[in-house]
Design a protein around this ligand. Structure first.
Ligand SMILES: C[S@@+](CC[C@H](N)C(=O)[O-])C[C@H]1O[C@@H](n2cnc3c(N)ncnc32)[C@H](O)[C@@H]1O
Length: 194
């Protein structure tokens, strides 16, 4: 396992461990009336744990606003794109040499595939669902990955996927051009203006 000190930050502000995998998250089936909070948290986790950006298949200005506000204050170049057509995006991704990892409890256990992914994929599109995921996604994915074979949450599944991919190095990340930075402290809160 690589040590946390070996993590690097790319020029784009994204976190990379020495495997240099660059991750973008595709959120399928976001329903603005029901999924606002979960999708916002998915984006915040994606950003904080080293992904480059979040693609949404629908429009939701509130989700975009919340995540952009966090990025402005806390740094990095996390990007958001809405109204993405998932079939075209997956096809474009694969044509460009990227790999597609679909997180699903029905897939192969993450512990059995994560080394192979880290070694063979430089650009990864991680697909996570909200409502039922179309069967075609299972066929198009290079890997269908189960973060354990029990139903739980897309936020937890993404967090564990990124942590296993980056082997913990993402937890030491520092984000470029932040307005605020936390000084870790055993008791109380210390934040400095950068
Ligand atoms: C709350 S689940 C709903 C899934 C939906 N009912 C279905 O059958 O496809 C939403 C998303 O969480 C993710 N997820 C939930 N449990 C998972 C697990 N054990 N492993 C990987 N991903 C998981 C998947 O991406 C899934 O599409």
């Amino acid at each position: 396992m690589k040590r946390a000190e070996e993590q690097e930050q790319g020029g784009d502000g994204a976190v990379r461990c020495s495997c240099r995998c660059s991750v973008t998250v595709l959120r399928l089936g976001h329903r603005p009336e029901r999924d606002k909070r979960v999708t916002t948290h998915l984006g915040l986790v994606a950003r904080a744990l080293g992904a480059r950006g979040l693609l949404l298949t629908s429009e939701d200005k509130a989700v975009v606003r919340s995540i952009r506000e966090v990025t402005k204050r806390w740094g990095g170049d996390f990007f958001l794109q809405t109204g993405v057509k998932w079939r075209e995006e997956i096809a474009r991704w694969k044509e460009g040499g990227g790999k597609v990892c679909h997180l699903t409890m029905y897939g192969e256990n993450i512990l059995d595939v994560i080394d192979e992914i880290r070694e063979s994929a430089a650009r990864i599109l991680v697909v996570v669902g909200a409502e039922k995921v179309p069967p075609e996604v299972y066929q198009l994915a290079d890997w269908n990955i189960a973060v354990g074979n029990q139903p739980h949450s897309e936020i937890a599944a993404l967090a564990l996927f990124l942590d296993h991919l980056y082997m913990g190095s993402e937890l030491r990340a520092r984000f470029e051009h932040a307005e605020l930075e936390i000084i870790p402290n055993r008791a109380g809160k210390k934040v400095r203006r950068v």
